[in-house]
Write a protein that binds this ligand. Structure first.
Ligand code: SF4
Length: 350
């Protein structure tokens, strides 16, 4: 029996080309059926070719002979007091990843992982302690969205996707781009490009490349320090691409109208949360179109650093707001379930 392709690793263009080729030898198979397959997979979210009702039996047979439809097993889920749900998802090789559903009054967000573990080694991050195990396939990225979707009530919807889970998305560039293509495909999920955000620790060559892609997802940079000394302590990547280089590339990043770069900034007591840091942040980002997401470090999960005093976090935010900077203070969704930023970590073997 030939090995079956996982159809969720394929973009619609890939599938169209494959079907076009097959149409030369198999009657009644046509390339446009790829559009219908996408509709069934990602808009109806069916899990078998037999349920793709308007696709002829010859085509369904062909699909069944060559493809399979994957799904992820939910091995655990934890619900937070704020309604967030952290899912532990089991992959086919028994590795595990995590995805988080975050409800909001006006919209819902899913936070997805791009790798098992992460090789960037950020000092404040639980995922970083795992090291990099492997990249996720396109299908494994897509299947996280579908796994979360399965549990939504009928009236609920997903509007935003953030690549802020486990991993450095730009280290898995090809699969990330394919996933973005499927997520934004009008025959696929049809998510708005404006509603997808990819967060990087600052891989400059990939930021440049990302700016040239035809899919214009939002860019977020995990900043976390306003001097090289502090940022290098927290994020080793700063030794390769320091702040001057990073901000230089951000200045060149092509932004569509009404878009801006998001900078994530973790507030750590006595390290990154002083008013002098706030002043430095404004100076550093001056001239960019940006906003800052302030994330109070959650010190319950790691011994090295401390959470900021709530009053200090508010002072920091006020300083930015008073200087015209959009700076939501993110009371991390799901803190009580360790589903907040930098807290996703699972055992590398299930
Ligand atoms: S903060 Fe992001 S890039 Fe850094 S180790 Fe954690 S997952 Fe990786």
């Amino acid at each position: 029996m030939p090995k079956l392709y996982n159809i969720k690793n394929w973009t619609r263009q890939n599938l169209r080309e494959w079907m076009d080729e097959k149409s030369k030898s198999v009657s009644k198979v046509q390339a446009f059926r790829a559009d219908q397959v996408f509709y069934w997979l990602y808009q109806q979210r069916v899990e078998s070719f037999a349920k793709m009702l308007n696709i002829g039996s010859e085509t369904r047979k062909l699909l069944t002979e060559h493809f399979r439809i994957s799904s992820l097993v939910k091995s655990d889920s934890l619900k937070s007091q704020d309604g967030s749900v952290k899912y532990r998802l089991q992959l086919e090789d028994n590795q595990s990843i995590e995805a988080v559903f975050m409800p909001h009054t006006s919209h819902n967000t899913v936070c997805v992982s791009s790798q098992v573990g992460c090789g960037m080694g950020c000092d404040f991050c639980m995922t970083g302690t795992m090291g990099l195990v492997r990249n996720l396939t396109t299908a494994e990225i897509i299947d996280q969205v579908l796994a979360v979707w399965q549990d939504l009530q009928e009236e609920q919807n997903l509007r935003n996707i953030v690549f802020m889970g486990m991993g450095e998305p730009f280290h898995n560039y090809k699969n990330l781009l394919q996933a973005l293509e499927i997520l934004t495909d009008e025959h696929g999920f049809n998510f708005s490009q404006r509603r997808i955000t990819v967060s990087t620790s600052g891989l400059l060559p990939k930021i440049r490349r990302f700016g040239k892609e035809k899919i214009k997802a939002n860019l977020a940079i995990s900043l976390n320090g306003v001097t090289d000394e502090v940022r290098s302590k927290l994020m080793p990547i700063n030794n390769a691409y320091n702040l001057e280089k990073l901000i230089g590339v951000c200045r060149e990043f092509p932004l569509e109208s009404r878009r801006r770069i998001t900078f994530e900034y973790i507030l750590i007591r006595d390290l990154t949360d002083s008013i002098a840091d706030a002043r430095g942040l404004i100076r550093l980002l001056h001239g960019l179109k940006f906003k800052v997401n302030l994330i109070p470090f959650n010190s319950t999960t790691a011994g090295k650093y401390l959470a900021p005093y709530p009053e200090q976090a508010r002072k920091f935010q006020k300083y930015l707001l008073d200087h015209g900077v959009v700076a939501p203070l993110r009371i991390s969704k799901g803190q009580d379930i360790q589903g907040a930023c930098g807290q996703l970590v699972v055992s590398t073997t299930a």
